[in-house]
Write a protein of this length. Structure first.
Length: 370
């Protein structure tokens, strides 16, 4: 930051990014074999540099690599360029420069915060008010597949030190219970988070969750059992079962969160930077939920390590974000991006590096390696 507390954009560059997955990521909505996205490198007038990333998520935010590049190089760049801005003014400029494009906005917003915290010389989580020794346990996701394949994945995740498994369901309801039983049998010590990705109707969800409760399988929460636009269905499930129900696709931004809280439609909210468009709205959702006594989880899309690092810093800075679901970077085979946080088994913690603390292969930022 400059001496008057303001800063000015010196450079903003966005380039395509591609990272192969170690294994396909499969939900009831989509199948992903590699992460296609955009990498942002931003430099402020005081010389501090920040990074951000966005992933192509047609099925969630409707964004592509091309649309993200167009948004960042167009309205986002114009909103930030040529004038002195406070951090708050820069955040607002990004948020209001165009509608939608939340992944693209989040990539630039994260890069801005990375540079800002780097300039302050502290980890981003600390700049946001968190403790440097904060830590959390992340889950590992088990893709939607046949019961035997899911059991094999669960055993592998458990042997890597993950005690909480996020099991993707919401496929054929007749098979979903077999899937969960198979995973539970394979790893009896694990706790589970279930994610139906909108795959069930309200009655189906209630029947399924009650059967799981009766079977005594340790399930900590069920994410987005019903279609995202049908908040009545979500509220119906939440009221009918003992297991906590979490809203994911139903909540993109603060307005969605307010609607969920007002209707008591969910017990928990899953916050993602790519859905809400940046760090300030993410913190605002966590604050809003806290006033209603609703806890939050920090998640991420299947997106590059920079995005996951940003989510980790935000989660570890806010007392109402008690749960983290930040395993995405473990799926990506890409040694060109490292740092940002430490993961030992399932234990996620900060490093002492300022900002996000990413280390980046220069071939990526020079745009010579997509
Ligand atoms: Mg989800």
């Amino acid at each position: 930051m400059t001496t008057n507390g303001l800063n000015r954009l010196r450079d903003l560059r966005a380039m395509p990014y591609s990272g192969p997955l170690k294994r396909p990521f499969i939900t009831s909505r989509r199948r992903v074999e590699s992460v296609q996205g955009v990498l942002v490198e931003l430099e402020l007038e005081d010389g501090s540099i920040g990074y951000g990333t966005a992933a192509e998520t047609w099925a969630v935010t409707g964004e592509s690599v091309a649309s993200s590049l167009a948004a960042i190089n167009g309205p986002v760049f114009e909103a930030l360029t040529g004038r002195d801005l406070s951090l708050r003014e820069a955040e607002d400029a990004i948020a209001s420069c165009c509608v939608g494009n939340t992944s693209a906005k989040a990539a630039v917003d994260v890069a801005l915060h990375d540079a800002w915290a780097s300039g302050l010389g502290v980890p981003l989580a600390v700049a946001l008010g968190g403790r440097p020794d904060a830590h959390a346990a992340t889950d590992m996701t088990i893709s939607l597949d046949d019961p035997e394949a899911m059991a094999r994945e669960a055993i592998a995740a458990s042997s890597d030190g993950f005690e909480i498994l996020k099991v993707k369901l919401g496929g054929d309801p007749a098979v979903d219970l077999n899937r969960l039983e198979s995973v539970h049998e394979a790893v009896p010590s694990a706790r589970f988070r279930l994610d139906a990705n909108q795959g069930w109707g309200a009655k189906e969800a209630i029947r399924m969750i009650r059967r799981i409760e009766d079977a005594g399988i340790p399930v900590d929460l069920v994410e987005q059992p019903t279609p995202k636009a049908n908040l009545d269905a979500l509220a119906q499930v939440t009221a009918a079962v003992d297991t906590p129900v979490m809203a994911d696709e139903s909540v993109a931004d603060e307005r969605d969160a307010w609607e969920i809280l007002r209707r008591e439609a969910a017990d928990l909210i899953n916050i993602k930077l790519a859905k809400c468009g940046g760090i300030r709205p993410a913190l605002a959702i966590a604050d809003l939920a806290a006033t209603a006594g609703v806890g939050c989880m920090m998640g991420a899309m299947m997106e590059p390590r920079v995005s996951v690092a940003a989510a980790a810093h935000v989660a570890l800075a806010h007392p109402n974000i008690q749960l983290v679901d930040l395993d995405s970077a473990e799926w990506i085979q890409d040694p060109r991006i490292a740092g940002g946080y430490e993961l030992e088994g399932s234990r996620l913690s900060l490093t002492e590096a300022p900002g996000l603390g990413m280390s980046m292969d220069s071939a990526l930022t020079e745009g010579t390696a997509p």
